[in-house]
Design a protein around this ligand. Sequence first.
Ligand SMILES: [Zn+2]
Length: 277
Amino acid sequence: MEDDITRPGDLQHRRARQYAFCASALCFEPVGAGVEGVFDQALTNGLTAIVAHHWKDQESCRGRVKSAAELLKVIEAEGVLVREGVYWVTDNPHTPKPTTSYVDPFEDRPMEVRVMVLREALSATQAIRHARATDDEIGSNLTAAHVDALWELSGHPTLAGLVDVLNEMREERVRGAVSALDDHEQDRAFTYLALLSGEELARRAGVDYVGEYSQEPGDVEECPVCGNISLVLSSHDSEIAEIGVGCCVVCSYERTMDAANDIASSVQFQRAVDRPD
Ligand SMILES: [Zn+2]
């Protein structure tokens, strides 16, 4: 760890990514097994990055990164109290405190950290993580306010990558769901194929589907389920226009536009990896 602390540039980036991944995971699964640990990991990494950014070396003590509770104390000591339990983090110690409750949304202000709410969240997560008695037997003691206060940290420039990570994770989940649906469709078609007699299979395999269904060259492709040239296309994917969308006349497998686009994304990715430059 000590070695890491001597390279704050890389380390700050890793802290920001950890914060972003864990905070994004909470967005998808705010309740469930282990969310308290994920919350703590996001909070500790986020606070460490913020404290290290404004008050260098105060994020650690004798080579050990401080706990989230200790980091909140640093913010209380060094930040500007704006109202009960809420602090601005700023490099300028002379930042004027607001004199009224009105906040001009266009004013360039330092970021707020809801220290009191985050401290409450820590005691809620610590109780479960350390097997102490909690109010709820199964669910989490984390509230929406706790998670909101964690998310608000993403307004800090050091942690600004959260939205990008969230979008990456969202796309990954959508791709995973599309791929699972196509797997299910292939299984269904394969089950149907297995019901056909050998004689019927041979008859179907012997048909000239290209001659029968082609309007233009390339309208009929090999089916990934039965292996015949019998996947009759209605269109192509919308990304590279190379992956066929259609239905197999032999086994009934249907490749949807979403499935074709998913394959097209993988093809594009592989081409980018294989490119020599
Ligand atoms: Zn087929």
